[in-house]
Design a protein around this ligand. Structure first.
Ligand SMILES: [Zn+2]
Length: 122
């Protein structure tokens, strides 16, 4: 029988780690990141609240991870789930032909070519 591998899913994510900072620094950063990605979000000083397209509101508690999939959908994961299913991309850089930047073969992130070092390529 043939073997099949499920493609690893690449997400952008941040752990909501504190709601106890002067000026709500992390919560403001999370809400700005979500809004930049077209997601309606706010915080009330304690929790982050995300409005889903379905009309349902998602309440994010301290300790949870907020993830944005490649298709722009957002979801929440507990720290236990996140740590057992995701790892930070270690980037495998490949030059993009005729462009002065590299891209990561795994997550598709880009970086300027001048940041290359000679041992980067696999
Ligand atoms: Zn990467």
């Amino acid at each position: 029988m043939k073997k099949y591998v499920k493609n690893p899913e690449v997400v952008e994510a941040i752990r909501f780690s504190t709601n106890n900072e002067p000026g709500d620094t992390q919560m403001n950063r999370i809400v700005t990141w979500l809004r930049t990605n077209g997601i309606i979000a706010a915080h009330n000083g304690t929790d982050v609240v995300i409005d889903l397209p379905s009309g349902k509101a998602l309440l994010v508690s301290v300790g949870d991870w907020i993830l944005i999939r490649g298709d722009g959908t957002v979801y929440i994961a507990t720290n236990q789930y996140f740590e057992s299913h995701f790892y930070e991309c270690l980037h495998e850089w490949e030059p993009v032909e005729d462009e002065n930047y590299d891209h990561c073969l795994i997550c598709r992130a880009t970086r300027p070519a001048q940041d290359q070092s000679c041992n980067d390529y696999i």
